[in-house]
Design a protein around this ligand. Structure first.
Ligand code: URA
Length: 425
């Protein structure tokens, strides 16, 4: 049956349910340039306002997967991937991928660059001297066989419909729609070809989803798409009201990840890495104890091999900033809160992130925290240190941090893991 963009837009504008055929047609025609940007803008807004059923969302995802190539990974171990909806100081992919590979799975972690206040995994890893993000499909496959873990840029041909649509949503204020976010994330993950997927859906000021009900709705939508697509997907809902760990930025987050891989590191980063690794090995059907593997040093060895396989030197010193600025505690007391979003914006302004896709990032820029919520500090003690190569950026970073922290009664212990959505039946 032939369709027109106007009919499809009208159907969704009038709160109708799109047929499979309409969805397949409109996604394909948009990818080929037959449906114009202004028509897809109108449709995205109609979807934003009127939503999609879970069947429509699953079909929309399938159409976006089919707009490009699907990797068919030929490796001799179960493949399992992880996706985080993004947070401040969220470096978990770095220790997690080698840890899960050291447990016996293959981890194809195709990652993105940061945009806005959350950092990008590739930007972080590019602070390792020599490390290369761009790999061919043959290189990905060879590295999965030899090392077990790859963290690299998504290949061009994966879900091109999403690449186009995401850029359009960004400039038409249609990003924050659960069916559009869920289909966007899952189209890329399904196209990567992993057999199972564990999601880390962040909740709090530093996350896309600011409260538990909306994060739960997103997690359920993601898990439902997985089940409709034959990929085993489970999700953890985790706190992102305060930054993860003590490091926010690029090189500083790599350094903190290496501490974790060497058996140290902040308790929250270690706990989340191990919790996600447990989910991943279980969904891959492997019986392994990630905490034991982490403690044994095997995960660090896998990390070093993974970095070397992509041209990097795991022992090389990481870039250091030309300028540092220390913020000290204005009063004595317990740090009651430290806002993830404010810290993310400050790190971004220091040069750790980019405002436009084509902007460069500074490897050494970021923030090192000296205290986390619940810690007692005396007036004059260090609270955090700002790192940058562009000292002119420090005043605007300080502005972002103006109301970032409060002193007061110790915060009620809030758990890091707020919930879990198991794979759909
Ligand atoms: N991440 C994605 O990949 N897509 C979205 O729509 C939002 C976050």
């Amino acid at each position: 049956m032939s369709h027109t963009a106007v009919d499809v837009i009208r159907a969704k504008r009038d709160r109708g349910v799109l047929s499979d055929d309409q969805i397949d047609w409109v996604v394909d025609a948009y990818t080929r340039g037959v449906v114009a940007e202004e028509q897809m803008s109108a449709l995205a807004m109609a979807i934003f306002l009127n939503g999609m059923t879970s069947a429509e969302t699953a079909r929309w995802t399938r159409a976006m997967v089919r707009s490009g190539t699907v990797l068919s990974l030929d490796v001799d171990r179960p493949t399992v991937d992880k996706h985080s909806t993004g947070g401040v100081g969220d470096k978990i992919t770095l220790p997690l991928a080698p840890l899960v590979a050291a447990c016996g799975a293959a981890v194809p972690q195709l990652s993105g660059r940061g945009l806005g206040h959350t950092g990008g995994t590739l930007d972080k890893l590019e602070s390792v001297p020599g490390w290369r993000a761009q790999l061919s499909v043959d290189e990905i496959q060879a590295q999965l066989r030899s090392v077990g873990a790859v963290i690299c840029a998504a290949t061009e041909g994966l879900a091109p419909a999403d690449r186009k649509l995401y850029a359009l949503r960004d400039v038409t204020s249609t990003v924050e729609s659960i069916p559009l976010i869920a289909s966007s994330i899952m189209s890329k993950k399904i196209a990567e070809g992993a057999q199972s997927l564990v999601l880390d859906v962040k909740v709090g000021s530093g996350a896309f989803m600011k409260d538990l009900p909306s994060a739960t709705a997103l997690a359920e939508a993601l898990v439902a798409i997985g089940s409709a697509s034959g990929v085993a997907v489970s999700a953890l809902l985790t706190d992102m009201s305060t930054p993860l760990g003590f490091a926010v930025g690029n090189a500083v987050e790599v350094a903190e990840s290496v501490e974790v891989l060497r058996g140290g590191g902040p308790a929250d980063v270690v706990a989340l890495t191990v919790a996600l690794a447990e989910e991943m090995v279980a969904s891959a059907g492997i019986s392994a104890d990630p905490a034991r593997v982490l403690a044994s040093g095997e995960a660090y060895e896998t990390w070093a091999r993974m970095i070397r396989a992509q041209g990097g030197d795991p022992e090389a010193p990481l870039p250091a900033p030309t300028h540092r600025h220390l913020i000290t505690a204005p009063e004595s007391g317990v740090l009651a809160s430290l806002d993830a979003y404010a810290v993310g914006v400050a790190a971004w302004r220091l040069g750790a992130g980019r405002a436009r896709k084509e902007d460069p990032v500074q490897a050494a820029a970021g923030i090192v925290l000296h205290a986390k919520p619940g810690t007692y500090v005396s007036a004059g003690d260090p609270l955090m240190e700002l790192h940058t190569d562009t000292p002119d950026a420090i005043p605007s970073a300080l502005t972002a941090l103006t109301s970032a922290y409060e002193f007061g009664p110790p915060p009620p212990g809030s758990p890091l893991i707020l919930g879990k959505i198991p794979p759909a039946g």
